[in-house]
Structures are given as C-alpha cells and as structure tokens.
Design a protein around this ligand. Structure first.
Ligand SMILES: Nc1ncnc2c1ncn2[C@@H]1O[C@H](COP(=O)(O)OP(=O)(O)OP(=O)(O)O)[C@@H](O)[C@H]1O
Ligand SMILES: [Mg+2]
Length: 334
C-alpha cells in the first residue's frame, strides 16, 4: 500500500546541509499497522512527511496505492492527498472552530454538499465518541478528546492510509491507551493502513504488526514486532525494548546463583499452560523464577522468564528438552 524506494532527504545545502533520511526503502502492506521507532532527531517525522510529500524527498520515489506521488502535478497531488489522513502530536486543530467545524473542514475543501457534510460529520463524531462535544471549542477539550477530533478530521475523506506523528506523546498513559485502542478499532473496522511514528516501545507493542527501528536517518532493524521485541539485534533496538521489558541484565545473576540458569521465550496460547509444572512434576528437579514477564503483544500472549533449575543434571536436561518439545525457546545462561 505504501512503497518507499531509496528515499533520501537533505535539509539545506553545502556545509550546513543535514541529511535527515538516508536511502530508506520500505514496503507497507494494505491493512497493516506499521510502526517506526527512533530517538529524537532520528528522522522519523521527516520520513513520515515524505509519505504524503509534506516533505519532498531529495531522491527516491513514493508510491501510495498504485500512484507514484513524486510524479504528480500540484493539483493531482492535492487530490491524492485526500486518500492519506494525518494526525499530529499537538493535534493541530483550528482553535476558533468548533469540534463539528474542525471535522467538517476537509469535507468543505473537497466541496461536498452541506447535507452530505452534516451526515458524514455525524458518523465521524460517533466513530470517535464525541457526539456530546460537537459544539465545543478545542480549548474546552481534554488532550484525548482533541486527538479524537484530529482522528475524525483525518478520516473525513475516507482515506486508505492514516499517518500518525507521535499521536499519543502528549497524552497521559491511560488516555494513550484509549487512543491506541481507537486506532486499532479503526484499522479493524475500516481496513485502513496505519503508519505511525513514536519513541515509545509501549505504543509499538500495543498495536503494531511490524516495526522499523530508525537511527541517524537509516533503518537499523525491521521485522514483526514479536520477533524484534523478543530478539532485538541492534543496540538501539535493545534500548527501546528495555523501556518495557523487566530487564535487569540476567548476567548479573550468573555470578550469584549456584543452579543452572535458563532463559526461555514463548509465544501464543502455550503462555497460559502449566508448562513448567508439567515438565518437572515427575522428576526431583526444583526451579525458581528469577526474572520474568508475561504479557501480550497486540493480541498475542508471550512470556520471557529467567529460571534457575536445581537438581540432577541429567534430569534437568530432560526437563529442558521437554520444554523445547512443547515449543519454548530455551537457552542456557549458565
Ligand atoms: N525543516 C528542517 N530544516 C532543517 N533541518 C531539519 C528540518 N526538519 C528536521 N531537520 C533535521 O533533520 C533531522 C531529523 O529530524 P526529524 O524531525 O525528522 O526527527 P524526529 O525523529 O522526528 O525527531 P523527534 O523525535 O524529536 O520529533 C534532525 O537533525 C533535524 O534537526
Ligand atoms: Mg518528530
């Protein structure tokens, strides 16, 4: 649905030039929620704004659907941009306009008849749960409500793609979760492709299918969220994963514990099975959980544990093999 091919973007020229994006290629599938994570200045906003050509890449091509945006005239581009909604960290609402008028604005630009506008705005108010607030002004709304207006406005013209630039970064954790649920709902109900950027791993874990990690204008790691999260390869990715994992370094344990230390990852429904108990129950092996997380990634449960096994080595080997046979990934730390 979105095809970026060898995109680069420089600001300025000569000695003062900043190369914000360097040779990025990215392919995002229809209906996917794709996240881009990176530290401040990594080039996230620049990359996102290249998708609707709010920033024109210095080189490379941008395709959304079947349309090569970089080839279009200004008028054609204006029309194509209606298929790409966008929401912002600071909402960017018209402060002098009511909620209803903010949402109606893109429909007026598209020159829809008044009655159609009213009907569409009513639908959108309902979709984002703001029916009771239609006559209010942005200053009378909470941050979460303002972002709901932003989302409704972005969806007004039935876009195929929604771009989200740090859409929850100005919100408290509870409101963040409500907005993330709304985005997931919209993706589900409308099949809209969502590309979001964030510096919070929590956002990626909650709603994204795939993620790209960007640093210094380049993609340093990319893959299914579950894979990237459970097996981060790049140090930047590890930083982000440690934002949400309960992750003191298990190597610290190695020097202080006398048993065999094992790290295990597991994903899916087995997360909720009594696997450890079953594996040891007919043996004399004992175990202690030293560190662990059991949680969900989008809709998939997963667990990550560091466990100390104490007992006969041969018996422990059998227990570990038994766990592997059940589908757990088991690696010995010591
Ligand atoms: N309009 C501009 N003119 C000149 N340089 C810019 C411009 N916009 C961004 N940059 C530079 O490009 C680089 C990438 O900026 P960008 O805003 O894309 O980063 P970001 O990952 O979105 O950061 P943040 O998390 O702080 O929003 C930075 O070095 C920034 O200073
Ligand atoms: Mg930014």
């Amino acid at each position: 649905m979105i095809e970026l091919t060898d995109i680069s973007k420089s600001y300025g020229t000569g000695a003062g030039a900043v190369e914000a994006i360097k040779h990025i290629s990215l392919s995002i599938n229809k209906g996917e929620i794709f996240g881009i994570i990176g530290h401040s200045g990594a080039g996230k906003s620049t990359l996102l704004r290249c998708v609707n050509l709010l920033e024109r890449p210095t080189t490379g091509s941008v395709k959304v659907g079947d349309v090569e945006l970089t080839q279009l005239s200004t008028t054609q581009l204006q029309r194509e941009r209606r298929r790409i909604g966008m929401i912002f960290q600071h909402f960017n609402l018209l402060s002098m306009a009511t909620v209803r008028d903010n949402i109606a604005f893109p429909l007026e630009l598209a020159k829809l008849p008044k009655s159609a506008i009213k009907q569409r705005v009513d639908e959108l108010l309902q979709l984002v749960g703001l029916e009771q607030h239609a006559g209010k002004y942005p200053a009378q709304l909470s941050g979460g409500q303002k972002q709901r207006v932003g989302i409704a406005r972005a969806l007004a013209n039935n876009p195929d793609v929604l771009l989200c630039d740090e859409a929850t970064s100005a919100l408290d954790p509870q409101t963040t979760n409500a907005i993330l649920s709304l985005l997931m709902d919209i993706n589900d109900k409308l099949g809209i492709t969502i590309l979001l950027i964030t510096h919070e791993m929590h956002v990626i874990r909650s709603i994204c299918d795939r993620v790209a990690v960007i640093d210094g204008g380049k993609i340093v790691e990319m893959g299914d969220v579950l894979d990237v999260f459970l097996k981060p390869q790049h140090s930047i990715t590890m930083d982000f994963v440690s934002q949400i994992a309960d992750s003191f370094d298990p190597r610290e344990l190695i020097n202080t514990r006398s048993g065999r230390l094992v790290k295990m990852n597991y994903v899916g429904e087995i997360t909720y099975e009594p696997l450890l108990f079953n594996a040891v129950k007919s043996t004399t092996v004992q175990f202690t959980i030293l560190q662990g997380t059991v949680s969900r990634m989008k809709n998939t449960p997963y667990g990550q544990l560091v466990i100390e096994f104490i007992g006969d080595n041969g018996e422990i080997d059998n227990v570990l093999n038994d766990l592997r046979a059940k589908g757990l990934e088991v690696g010995e730390l010591k």
